[in-house]
Design a protein around this ligand. Structure first.
Ligand code: MN
Ligand code: MN
Length: 460
C-alpha cells in the first residue's frame, strides 16, 4: 500500500504494447473528429458507427431484452445509444455516460448577407465562450442545414475538402493597429466585426453599357447559392449554419504524443464513451448520450435540461418491465467533459496541487462551479469512492483536480442537471490546453485513459 499519493504519467507507465494501443486509439479518434465538427456531424457519425455495430432504432413502446442494442436520434443533434444488460435494472439502474458534442463557433445571423467595399460577407453571432481575436485571419469552414420553403432540407459543408474554398474574417494590419492594440483584449475585436468574407466576384450586367448594379458581388453570390442549393436570401432565416475552423485534426510534437484539433471539447469525451459502450460486456444496462447546447447552458429540446433524458430512462425502465422511479434512483452517471490542464505558461491562474496535468490520465472533477462552489453538482464521498474503486479495479490511470484557482476558476457541465434528477453524477474527462480556442490541445495518453475509465465505469 502506498502511504503517499503521487500523480502518475500515463506515458511513463506504458510499455511498448500499451503505447501502440494509445497511438492507435488516437487515429480512430481523429477520424471520428474529422466528420464530427458540429453536433449534427457528431450525431450523424455516431449513428453510422452504431448501425455498423448492429444498433437499431429505439422505440418508446417496445419490449426490450438483454443484449438489445438501440439508438435514439433527437432532432439530428443529439443521440442516445443503449445496450441492454442482463442484470436487474431495478436494482442496478443504468450506467449513463453523457458528453456534449456542440463546440464554440460562429453561428450565422438570420439576415447575414451583405456587400461592402467590393466584397460579400456573412454576419455572425458567436456561440459559446470564445476569445474573439482568435477567430480572425484563420481559414473557416461553413457547416449546417438550410430548410427551403416546403420543408426540403439542404446540408451544407464547405471548406473541409482539400479542394474546397474556405472563408475568412479580416483583422487590422499592425501598421494601422496602434489604437486597437491599446484596447483590452475583450474589446480589440468586437463581436460585430466577426464578419466572414464569402466572395468578391461581381455579377456582370446583361446588356451593353448597362449601369453598374448595386451590390453586384452579393447578387453574384446569391445566384451561385441559388444554383447550388436552390436557396434565396430569405432561406437563411430558416437555417442553422456556422463557421468552424477549417482543417483536420493534427498530431503535435516530434513524438506525435499530442493532438491539436477544433472541438476536442467535448468530442474527446464523446468518442471514448461511445467506444466503451460498443465494446463493453458489462452485465449492466449502459447508455451513452451525445448532448447538444452544453456550451450555451444545456437549454432547449436537444440540451440536457430537457425532459428527454427522463423520458428515455423511463421508457427503458418500462420496456424492461421495471418501475421507472426505482431505476432512476439507482442509476449512476458520468458527465464526460473536459477540464483545463495545468499550463505552466499561465501558472498563476492554477493551483498546482489541485490541477489536472497533461498525460496524467482521465481527469475527475468532484465539483465544478465558481467561487464558493456556486452552481455545482458536488459528487458525494460515497460516489467518489464508487468511481475510484471502478477505476482502480481495472488499472485505469486517473487524476483529480479543479478548473483553476478558487475565485479565478469557473465553469459548468451537464453534471448538475443530471444530479438534479436524483442521479449520482461526477465529471470525468480529458485535460485540455487552450480550451475553447479554434484549435485545442490534448494528449493521446489522456484520450486513451478516458476510454479505459469509461469501460471500467460500465462494468462496475
Ligand atoms: Mn465541455
Ligand atoms: Mn466548453
Amino acid at each position: 500500500m502506498e502511504i503517499k499519493y503521487t500523480r502518475k504519467n500515463v506515458y511513463k507507465q506504458a510499455d511498448g504494447e500499451q503505447l501502440e494501443k494509445i497511438y492507435s486509439f488516437a487515429e480512430d479518434y481523429k477520424n471520428f473528429l474529422n466528420t464530427s465538427k458540429t453536433e449534427r456531424g457528431a450525431s450523424a457519425t455516431a449513428l453510422k458507427l452504431a448501425e455498423e455495430e448492429g444498433f437499431t432504432p429505439f422505440s418508446f413502446t417496445e419490449k426490450l431484452s438483454p443484449g438489445d442494442k438501440r439508438y435514439f436520434i433527437n432532432r439530428d443533434k443529439s443521440i442516445f445509444l443503449l445496450k441492454v444488460g442482463s442484470d436487474d435494472i431495478a436494482k442496478e439502474g443504468v450506467r449513463m455516460m453523457i458528453a456534449h458534442v456542440d463546440s464554440p463557433r460562429l453561428d450565422l445571423k438570420p439576415n447575414p448577407v451583405y456587400e461592402d467595399g467590393g466584397l460579400c460577407y456573412l454576419k455572425t453571432h458567436y456561440y459559446g465562450g470564445i476569445k474573439k481575436y482568435q477567430w480572425t485571419a484563420i481559414p473557416l469552414a461553413l457547416h449546417g442545414v438550410i430548410v427551403l420553403r416546403g420543408g426540403e432540407k439542404k446540408t451544407v459543408c464547405v471548406g473541409e475538402d482539400e479542394d474546397d474554398p474556405v472563408f475568412y474574417i479580416t483583422d487590422l494590419l499592425p501598421h494601422l493597429a496602434q489604437e486597437q492594440v491599446q484596447k483590452p483584449m475583450s474589446k480589440a475585436i468586437e463581436a460585430e466585426n466577426l464578419n466572414a468574407v464569402i466572395g468578391g466576384l461581381p455579377a456582370v450586367g446583361e446588356g451593353e453599357g448597362e449601369k453598374e448594379e448595386k451590390d453586384a458581388v452579393k447578387t453574384a453570390i446569391l445566384n451561385l447559392l441559388n444554383k447550388k442549393y436552390g436557396l434565396t436570401e430569405a432561406d437563411f432565416q430558416c437555417a442553422e449554419l456556422c463557421f468552424v475552423p477549417a482543417g483536420k485534426a493534427r498530431d503535435v510534437g516530434f513524438d506525435r504524443s499530442l493532438i491539436s484539433a477544433y472541438g476536442h471539447d467535448d468530442k474527446v469525451c464523446a468518442y471514448p464513451e461511445m467506444r466503451a459502450l460498443f465494446e463493453t460486456d458489462s452485465p449492466h444496462t449502459v447508455m451513452a448520450v451525445f448532448a447538444d447546447k452544453e456550451e450555451v447552458g444545456s437549454d432547449g429540446v436537444t440540451g440536457m435540461q430537457c425532459r428527454i433524458i427522463c423520458d428515455m430512462l423511463e421508457a427503458v425502465a418500462a420496456n424492461l418491465g421495471a418501475n421507472p422511479v426505482l431505476v432512476r434512483h439507482v442509476t449512476k452517471c458520468v458527465s464526460a467533459d473536459v477540464t483545463a490542464a495545468y499550463d505552466p505558461t499561465y501558472s498563476s491562474v492554477f493551483e498546482k496541487r489541485n490541477s489536472t496535468y497533461i498525460s496524467c490520465g482521465a481527469a475527475v472533477s468532484k465539483y465544478t462551479g465558481a467561487r464558493g462552489k456556486s452552481s455545482t453538482n458536488d459528487a458525494s464521498a460515497e460516489y467518489m469512492g464508487f468511481i475510484r474503486d471502478a477505476f482502480e479495479d481495472c488499472g485505469v490511470i486517473w487524476q483529480i483536480g479543479e478548473l483553476g484557482a478558487v475565485d479565478l476558476g469557473g465553469g459548468g457541465t451537464v453534471a448538475k442537471y443530471i444530479a438534479n434528477l436524483g442521479i449520482d453524477t461526477v465529471d470525468v474527462g480529458v485535460p485540455v490546453l487552450s480550451m475553447h480556442a479554434p484549435f485545442e490541445l490534448v494528449s493521446k495518453a489522456d484520450v486513451y485513459s478516458l476510454y479505459t475509465a469509461m469501460l471500467a465505469f460500465c462494468k462496475k
